[in-house]
Ligand binder design. Sequence first.
Ligand SMILES: [Zn+2]
Length: 206
Amino acid sequence: MNLLRLSSSNFDRRLPGSLLVAAGTQYETQVRDARGLVEWSPLASRRHIKEDRLILYHHTAGEVPPHRSTRAELDALIVEARGGKWGLPYNFVVMPGGHHRIWYLNDIDANWPHTYGHNGATAIAAMGNYSHMIPRATMVERMLRLADALATMWGLQVPEWQHRDVYPTECPGHLLSPLLPQKDRQRSADWQNDPAAIGGGSNTWQ
Ligand SMILES: [Zn+2]
């Protein structure tokens, strides 16, 4: 695959701005919107409007950024995208540290080649290799909070699977897997008890 737009000569060095998912709700989550900044991954297909929402957890299995600056994180993502056969096909990549960022790379209303047979799912990936690294609690919390925010924004109960649930892979890593929802747990059960949250998230997606 030729990710031409990843060459530094034509890479726009401006830093991406932020978006809020489920703004104004208890699950409000800020992400850095880097969609289109580079070609993170080839588009698999447009998404069927009636396709059910599904959240799928992954890890990138790559290096974590050496610094916690926005620039260092972005540079680490670009290195990761250059190294992978499919670039970085996840919709979101969550950085490991509590002060790190969540990156929105590929639009949730299109299909990207992250999960064989399930490319229409929304893929949330932990940055790093959690077959070897011990995941930080803050990273796991932010992955789950992002899932809560997405479910709130959609106004849906959304099934959550891990990559290993649908494909013979260690992903998202045997150290992270036990900390994430097991197959077919519904997110977010707690807003059944909080009707105000249902549909309460203003959709701030561009
Ligand atoms: Zn995976």
